[in-house]
Design a protein around this ligand. Structure first.
Ligand code: M6R
Length: 606
């Protein structure tokens, strides 16, 4: 899962390619490169590490071609070195690639046998040699790519340029998104429309199996069968102005602080504020007849889905099955007749989630998705889309997208409960009022950020950190642990508080901070017993709760006071302290908060 761009320009394109790559760094950032057609031959510049290293390389060794491709990488095959960085090329062909060529070993063996020499450890290089081989056999570039595509297996997006072809670029999509941008006398290619936003808002999305022949004068799109097809030209809403940090040091900090606003926007999409009613879009399925909801997602989005399960079961009394996308599909879970399958994804491009969506569709489910990117593949392949209005989330650690997903899920739970008669008007009003309060309560927590800076120093010394929670706070414990490990690299695990005594308690000693997410609700007493078990073994307890600490009955290393909220909305409120704890710990430790090592924002490989 990498970012790819291409420009057929009217002037040298290297600088614009790098500019577009900057907007794609969320897809990977372990190396980058560009290639252009320079006076008829192919030239490239590549660099290990962040994009700024490629920029420096281009300053000392500029490229002047008007036709070029670029790439920012998240390594799948081969270490993140300059040698493995894209574009990959032969004397005739240069390729950028996102995804995985599953049969590259077979192709490499075959092509090596035909005299091709492979220089890298990547799967992508097989594409270069395959197209080159076809061209050496006498085919022109277009026929060569067409023939090569027929031999590739896997999920990929490709951008290809050719020596001696200043007005030609070929794009291909099979499982990984690709957008074509239309300019005046220029054409663009990108992994998404955001990458192309500074150049054009006129976008054509390639569909599964499509490949396109691009020239400055326009584009011809062909489907998998080789038929010339028309794909709509749409006006993209991706803005070039949206991606900046404002007054914040990191995107993650900005995104944490945006939560009151974006939760409010998301809620207003599903709530009639004036009447205290949920105003939910038609999912195209009779809500009273749904036999079961199946939720699937990955990472933080999965934890949002897990909160959704607690809510839907509690408020709508409807059974919910949930599993991470990479498991649900491969265990071939039986899905019920009349079932609703719900997918949660910030990017809308996560490969595991998308594959599971297709599995659910093939198994007769009605498909709904909660996505932040409305033009994404998951959105486009859903029967009903429930958008989150979080705006672009740039920090790799998901924050505002998570709470907006929760906001949409809470409204869905209420809509289901109303339809099924488990929520009456009075309860609906109570729940809606509680949701409307959330932005204000989060704002109040954000005003008290200083306490997290101190706590971060304590956490930064830990080797392991445990998070505990019960009921709908259990997913928050999981989310807290994920946030901490992904940006501070401290080992952290989340547990259901009641599970502690079944094993994890063996880890506890005086060096292990235990962060307990425990709102004052009907489960608090039970959680208190678990906290005491931790205290008896010397664990350092950091309590996040609105409850009076006296109720806990043991010494606390720290207490983060959360505002009192309705049981429904506690997960939205408690998301903020676990985000701030992780953020300040990472800042204190000096890690790369927005682009932590080994990760990428959008995970488009399985
Ligand atoms: O774009 P998605 O919501 O589908 O992404 C799912 C996960 O990859 C994502 O939530 C990931 O776990 C984040 N890095 C968590 O902060």
């Amino acid at each position: 899962m990498c970012g790819i761009v291409g420009i057929l320009g009217s002037k040298p394109v290297a600088t614009d390619l790098v500019d577009a790559l900057r907007r794609l760094e969320y897809r990977g950032y372990d190396s980058a490169g560009v290639a252009t057609v320079e006076n008829g031959h192919l030239e490239r510049r590549r660099a290990e590490g962040k994009l700024r290293n490629l920029e420096s390389r281009l300053l000392t060794e500029p490229l002047t071609g008007r036709t070029g491709i670029g790439h920012t990488r998240w390594a799948t095959h081969g270490r993140p070195t300059e040698r493995n960085a894209h574009p990959h090329m032969s004397a005739k062909v240069s390729v950028v690639h996102n995804g995985i060529i599953e049969n590259f070993r077979e192709l490499k063996a075959e092509l090596t046998g035909k005299g091709h020499t492979f220089e890298t450890d990547t799967d992508t290089e097989a594409v270069v040699h395959l197209v080159t081989e076809e061209m050496q056999g006498g085919r022109g570039p277009i026929d060569a790519v067409k023939a090569a595509l027929g031999k590739l297996k896997g999920a990929f997006a490709l951008g290809i340029i050719f020596a001696g072809e200043d007005d030609l670029m070929i794009a291909a999509r099979q499982g990984s998104p690709l957008a074509i941008g239309h300019g005046r006398g220029e054409m663009y290619l990108g992994s998404d429309a955001i990458a192309l936003a500074p150049f054009t808002d006129a976008i054509t999305y390639l569909e599964e199996g499509d490949w396109a022949v691009m020239r400055r004068s326009g584009v011809e799109v062909f489907d998998r069968a080789g038929e010339c097809v028309k794909r709509p030209l749409i006006k993209s809403v991706a803005s070039s102005l949206l991606v900046d940090k404002g007054n914040h040091r990191h995107f993650m900090a900005k995104e944490i602080h945006e939560q009151p606003d974006v939760i409010s926007h998301t809620l207003s999409n599903y709530i009639d504020m004036a009447n205290g009613r949920v105003n939910f879009p038609d999912l195209g399925i009779d809500l009273t007849k749904i036999s079961r909801v199946t939720i699937s997602a990955c990472g933080t989005a999965y934890y949002a889905g897990l909160v959704g399960k607690y809510w839907i079961e509690r408020y709508a009394r409807l059974p919910v099955e949930i599993d991470v996308a990479s498991e649900l599909r491969y265990r071939e879970a039986p899905l019920p007749e009349g079932g609703l399958a719900l997918f949660v994804s910030q990017s809308g491009e996560t490969a595991d989630t998308l594959a599971t969506l297709r599995y659910a569709r093939a198994n007769g489910q009605r498909i709904a998705s909660i996505v932040n990117v409305r033009t994404s593949t998951i959105a486009r392949e859903s029967d009903a889309v429930l958008p989150t209005l979080a705006g672009p989330e740039i920090g790799v650690a998901s924050t505002k997208a998570f709470t907006c997903q929760l906001a949409a899920l809470a409204c869905l739970a209420i809509a289901l409960g109303k339809a099924r008669g488990t929520i009456d008007e009075a309860l609906e009003q109570e729940l809606v009022t509680a949701l409307v309060e959330v932005p204000r309560l989060i704002s109040s927590m954000l005003r008290d950020e200083e306490q997290f800076v101190e706590l971060a120093q304590m956490l930064s010394k830990a080797r392991d950190v445990l998070y505990l929670g019960r009921g709908s706070s259990y997913p928050l414990a999981l989310e807290g642990a994920l946030k901490l490990k992904e940006i501070s690299y401290i080992h952290a695990e989340g547990y259901a508080a009641g599970e502690l005594k079944h094993g994890p308690i063996a880890l506890i000693d005086e060096n292990v901070p235990v962060i307990v997410v425990a709102p004052e609700d009907d489960l608090l007493e039970k959680t208190v017993s678990n906290v005491q078990e931790v205290a008896a073994r010397g664990g350092q307890i950091i309590l996040i709760s609105n409850a009076n600490p006296d109720k806990i009955g043991c010494a606390l290393a720290a207490h983060i006071t959360a505002p009192k909220a309705h049981a429904l909305t506690n997960p939205l409120i408690y998301a903020v302290p676990v985000q701030l704890l992780a953020y300040h710990t990472a800042v204190f430790m000096g890690t790369d908060v927005d682009q932590p090592r080994n990760l990428a924002k959008s995970v488009t490989v399985e």
